[in-house]
Design a protein around this ligand. Structure first.
Ligand SMILES: [Zn+2]
Length: 140
């Protein structure tokens, strides 16, 4: 889900004690440029297309830092490879016939989850919600 600029993400990194190196910045830019949940291979391809040759270990290391700092989120939609995106509060609907990933945000869901957790005496720190769906009218 869009809305964040590179500067805002860099500030977020700084606030969370993460040093913004050239490679780290390129990864953030690549994630912002096409927010389509790339896996690590397409992310590396993207970096290469931007004229930056980075080895896989470097991509993984930087992603690890960004995830630990809460700036990037790792997603697992189904059995495929992990996918990455800038961490913003939103959920996903995965069209299982096309693989298309649709992002959405629904404040009523968040309120309901908080209420459910509170009823059990908890407060939610992390959440994961995915809808696996087919278009209405399509046979499964
Ligand atoms: Zn997303």
């Amino acid at each position: 889900m869009g809305g964040l600029s590179l500067v805002e993400l860099e500030n977020r990194c700084h606030r969370r004690g993460l040093r913004v190196t050239a490679n780290l910045r390129e990864i953030l830019q690549a994630l912002l440029a096409e927010p389509d949940h790339p896996d690590v291979d397409s992310l590396r391809e993207r970096l290469r297309a931007r004229g930056r040759r980075v080895c896989m270990a470097t991509v993984y290391r930087n992603l690890g830092h960004l995830i630990a700092a809460g700036v990037v989120a790792e997603q697992h939609f189904g059995p495929g490879k992990a996918r990455y995106e800038v961490a913003t509060p939103h959920d996903h609907l995965i069209d299982i016939s096309t693989g298309k990933i649709i992002e959405f945000s629904e404040p009523r869901l968040n309120a309901l989850e908080d209420e459910i957790a509170a009823q059990m005496g908890y407060r939610i720190l992390r959440r994961r919600l995915e809808f696996y769906a087919v278009p209405v009218g399509e046979k499964t």
